[in-house]
Design a protein around this ligand. Structure first.
Ligand code: SF4
Length: 156
């Protein structure tokens, strides 16, 4: 089965599910296999990363979410990061070969236009100028028509 994986041959569902049962020292074989796959196919890999640009502070109460201020989860809490900080993360990711960068913010979203939303869009425009071959995407919660349009106009 290891050779099949390394040769890029699709596993059957039954074969693939066996990997989920690997435990103990056999996990090291799995890690080694993952490393070999990465080494062999790294030029074909699409690598992306995300940045939590605003964390915690959400007044909503989604029961599964660590960002909700209703739950004491110990998650880092901070307002929207300044542009320089976002830029540094993107630069670092770019140097590491990442070409798809996602910006995530906690909170219900931007159904109405706001200064914060305009700031995020200005970040995106700034990042796209600096890194034209980097795809920038975002997960910003619920949008309204005006905010969605603004994202489209910014090149989303
Ligand atoms: S609205 Fe989003 S950030 Fe807020 S609690 Fe729900 S899932 Fe979490």
């Amino acid at each position: 089965m290891h050779n099949k994986v390394l040769d890029g041959i699709d596993l059957s569902f039954e074969e693939a599910i066996l990997f989920g049962g690997v435990s103990g020292v056999d996990l090291l074989d799995l890690v080694s296999l993952a490393f070999k796959v990465k080494k062999r196919y790294s030029k074909d890999l699409h690598v992306c990363t995300i940045l939590n640009a605003e964390s915690g502070l959400c007044w909503e109460d989604c029961s599964y979410c660590s960002q909700s201020s209703s739950h004491n989860t110990g998650v880092s809490v901070y307002n929207l990061l300044p542009f320089d900080s976002v830029l540094r993360r993107v630069e670092k990711a770019y140097e590491m070969g990442v070409r798809h960068f996602g910006i995530v913010t906690s909170g219900y979203g931007y159904k109405e236009m706001s200064d914060e939303f305009r700031t995020i869009v200005s970040y995106i425009i700034g990042l796209k100028k600096r890194f034209p071959d980097m795809e920038i995407c975002a997960s910003l919660g619920v949008l309204g028509e005006e905010t969605a349009k603004m994202l489209v106009e910014a090149g989303f």
